[in-house]
Design a protein around this ligand. Structure first.
Ligand code: FES
Length: 136
């Protein structure tokens, strides 16, 4: 029965089916990350001047409320994996708690080493009181 099904969808071995299913899942996740805004909370969940970690379609983002405007970028430091949500927010700069690397949360760009690689920023959409993010 399994062989008949696989043959009818153009596959001859179970491993090909698993690989194809895995590829489809990966494509769906990429599409979800790149094409769709995901709700991550209410505006009231993000206190002004504070950092907060959220989950966006299986990825972690750090959200900053700067003078009432919401910004977000990936939450794991590109240097050695420090938790950026546990760092400090100074203006638009997020300072990593582990080695002091700095990123601009509005763009994800490195402001000060040791990190050499930028974070990925998220586009932010506000719908009513909901905060939604989409990876750039
Ligand atoms: S882990 Fe962030 S600066 Fe090193």
């Amino acid at each position: 029965m399994v062989e008949w099904y696989l043959a009818n969808i153009g596959l001859s071995r179970p491993n090909e089916f698993i690989n194809a299913a895995s590829a489809i899942t990966s494509i769906a996740e990429d599409w979800e990350m790149s094409e769709v805004f995901v709700k991550v909370g209410k505006l009231s969940d993000f206190s002004e001047g504070k950092l907060k970690k959220v989950q966006v379609a299986g990825e972690e983002a750090v959200v900053a409320n700067i003078s009432g405007k919401i910004y977000a970028m990936t939450a794991t430091c590109t240097h050695r994996g420090g938790p950026l949500d546990e760092g400090e927010l100074d203006g638009t700069t997020v300072i990593c708690p582990w080695h002091g690397g700095q990123f601009d949360v509005t763009t994800g760009k490195v402001v000060s080493p040791p990190p050499m690689k930028d974070e990925v920023a998220f586009d932010v959409q506000i719908e009513g009181s909901d905060v939604l993010l989409k990876k750039r």
